[in-house]
Design a protein around this ligand. Sequence first.
Ligand SMILES: [Mn+2]
Length: 342
Amino acid sequence: MKIIHCADIHLDSALSTNMSSMQASERRKELLNTWVKMVEYGADNGVRVIIIAGDWFDTSNIFVNTADIIAGTIRKYSNMDFVYLPGNHDERACIGMLGKHKNLMVLDKECNSVRYDDVVIAAYGKKLQLKNEDVNIVVAHEELSDVKLLAGKNIDYLALGHIHKHMEGVIDQRGMWCYSGCLEARGFDESGEQGFVLLEVTEGRIIHTFVPFGYRHVHDITVDVVYESEESGMDTILLCDKIADRLVSIPGKDMVKVRIKGAMTPGDVINVSYINSYFKDKFYGFRIEDGTDMILDIDMLSRERSLKGEFIRAVLASDETDDMKRSIIRCGLSALIGEVTE
Ligand SMILES: [Mn+2]
């Protein structure tokens, strides 16, 4: 018996943080399309059940067009069951919009379950009671606080949602826990491969395989500012080349987050907004973060009889935290030496 475990699909997400409204609308369709493709994959591979471990929907009020597509997949694949445990985003109103289907089962924390011969799929809850002789798949949508609490409960596979990244670990000698992660990344913080987990139950044992499935991925890249030599220093064009070297194998349809790290001295110019405009058309999404530190001898600078010295003395005498003082000094010195900070 084959089962798909997916979670955190977040259909109809607003996606307004990183995207224009047109791009967000396109991406919402992609999320929906990836759902349909996953169901088709299930049908092509003889999957009997699709478990959705929460956050199928991002909102309590999905678009009618979305409900139409979801209900359509449930109706079309009537010999496949859709076992759904609502998460913390989606509400039961969405289920109402899908209509009634014999092959759509909604679990809740009062611990109802679905049985297929000796395979049981149950919601995690206080009343959870599992038989030793069954193959027990438990569904939950939460952050695991203490795995030890799950030990000895006859769990074979804990199908988790809530953390948007594929992760897995051991419960006890018998069972394991697994977050499937999202099907598709929705923002720059959802980096890495996204997809679902395919379970195969044979002779009382579960074999699980993570299947990367997202159409677009987020790549999280750190680029160190390294000087070729003392004389050459660092400039924005040189840094763009260094970043480009790291991005060469990333397809343009993906999203990229680049963080620049390293130590800068006052006077080194790195124009973050230029780097952003240079790369932004090369990928579906691009974000640059300046994580560089400025090497400052604040003690020495504060004794200077100059505008810089005066400025630093004023900041040091303020009530700000040390981190904030450093940040103000860094920003102020950049302005004083003529860097444009945008
Ligand atoms: Mn979620």
